[in-house]
Design a protein around this ligand. Structure first.
Ligand SMILES: CC(C)(COP(=O)(O)OP(=O)(O)OC[C@H]1O[C@@H](n2cnc3c(N)ncnc32)[C@H](O)[C@@H]1OP(=O)(O)O)[C@@H](O)C(=O)NCCC(=O)NCCS
Length: 412
């Protein structure tokens, strides 16, 4: 007998820790458990209870998504985990579906997550995002022509300033912000060998730009830059110069390519070092991986906030949403499957229903979310995903949805 309900810390804390210990996300240390408690305390958390113990846990955290120049309400599914004793009984899928439904009802126009593998969350309507580039390089090879000043050290104690600095960073299309400051504190506590460097250049001495990194071998690395926040190009250059400054000792740094920047531009001889370090502990390389997913929770809400610089395109949208089959009968939010009349352009609008005499776009919510976000153009999705329309409409959508690659710039 399974009961789905809200997480209750007094009752479920130990079982929740046990789940995360079983999946290897924390160990028995108190500070790791505290980091987990902080995340749960600042988020919406649901559990599936089996034999009087919480055995499956799903967590989502409130945030915002930048869609072109708009800021939309968003929630990120920050953790889904099932204990060893109840795997493959459908608990994770059902609990996550309930979580997305609660978030949608609370006003999140879009939900997102970082996936462990492609396919699982596709069942709940999530579509795969853009490739993220993670680069491993020798910091001594950075060519950045900028001298960094002496930064301030940042530790977990600076979590509030660090969180504010993250929220104030340069915003880009697809950029995410998670709102509760405890999220940053939790992430900082969770970082192995975590440390930060930054500059407090704001008018009131606010932290304007910083990086947060860590690694298990403090002496020579590899280090990973878990995030970087800056408000101007010069601030990014100063942070890169700080990384270069570590290069006499640290042999390798991993970092995600910052939005709108080609990281390779900063490297002296990228191919030479890739060859010289191949298969070593300090291998220089570039990885591309599409590991985040998103889904629209409210078609009318998302379309009404879509302002495109294109001629108007009008079509019937027939949308399917696989999440419905995992929702409880009593759940009022049933996903976004259905028929809509959509107008995309400088002023976009959608309404439910259909209209005679305009073309039909058939899509899953997964594929439609990817189209709307700018992950892939309609002509590509028509080949690889569940999206189809007459050729004329596809080429109009290719023109119309020509928007920048979405870059969340916040992993979770
Ligand atoms: C991922 C995890 C949460 C799934 O928990 P679960 O309760 O066993 O999941 P469910 O029972 O709801 O779903 C399992 C089903 O999904 C299927 N599935 C797994 N990966 C899949 C994929 N990539 N594509 C499609 N289906 C997949 C399984 O085969 C299984 O189907 P079956 O029961 O027909 O064999 C669990 O394995 C876990 O806790 N893993 C470690 C932590 C983790 O990685 N969490 C996810 C973070 S994003």
């Amino acid at each position: 007998m399974v009961t789905y309900r809200q997480y209750q810390p007094e009752m479920d804390r130990d079982s929740a820790h046990r789940i995360w210990m079983e999946v290897g996300w924390i160990d028995d240390r108190e500070d790791k458990k505290e980091a987990m408690d902080l995340l749960l305390g600042a988020s919406r958390s649901l559990v599936a209870e089996v034999d009087a113990a919480a055995e499956c846990l799903a967590v989502s955290t409130e945030g915002t998504l930048n869609y072109l120049d708009e800021t939309l309400p968003f929630t990120g599914v920050t953790a889904v985990s099932t204990s060893r004793v109840v795997r493959k009984q459908g608990l994770a899928k059902e609990l996550t579906a309930r979580l997305v439904a609660e978030d949608a009802r609370a006003g999140a126009l879009v939900s997102g997550l970082g996936m462990f593998e492609q396919g699982f969350y596709n069942n709940l309507g999530f579509g795969t995002g853009s490739y993220e580039h993670w680069m491993a390089f020798d910091p001594a090879e950075l060519t950045v022509a900028f001298e960094a000043r002496v930064p301030k050290r940042l530790t977990v104690d600076d979590w509030e300033a660090v969180h504010a600095s993250r929220l104030a960073r340069l915003s880009v299309h697809g950029g995410l912000n998670f709102l509760p400051p405890e999220i940053t504190r939790s992430e900082m506590m969770h970082t192995k060998g975590g440390f930060g460097l930054g500059f407090f250049d704001g008018p009131e001495g606010e932290l304007t730009h910083h990086l947060w990194m860590g690694g298990s071998d403090t002496e020579h690395g590899p280090y990973s830059v878990w995030w970087m926040s800056y408000q101007t190009g010069d601030q990014l250059l100063e942070l890169m110069a700080l990384l270069r400054g570590l290069g006499d000792q640290v042999r390798l740094v991993w970092m995600r390519e910052p939005p709108n920047v080609q990281l390779q531009d900063f490297l002296k001889q990228p191919f030479r070092f890739r060859q010289l370090t191949e298969k070593s502990k300090f291998e220089n390389r570039m990885n591309a991986s599409a590991y985040w997913q998103m889904r629209i929770n409210d078609v009318l809400g998302c379309i009404s906030r879509t302002y495109l610089r294109c001629k108007t395109v009008r079509f019937n949208l027939q949308l399917t949403d696989p999440i419905e089959q995992y929702l409880d009968k009593g759940e009022p939010w049933r996903g976004v499957g259905g028929r809509y009349v959509v107008t995309l352009g400088p002023q976009s609008i959608a309404r439910t229903g259909s209209e005679y005499g305009i073309p039909v776009l058939k899509a899953s919510v997964n594929a439609f979310t990817r189209l709307w976000l700018g992950v892939q153009r309609a002509s590509g999705l028509a080949i690889t995903d569940y999206l189809s329309a007459p050729a004329d409409l596809i080429s109009q959508l290719d023109c119309c949805m020509c928007i920048p690659r979405p870059q969340p710039d916040w992993d979770y």
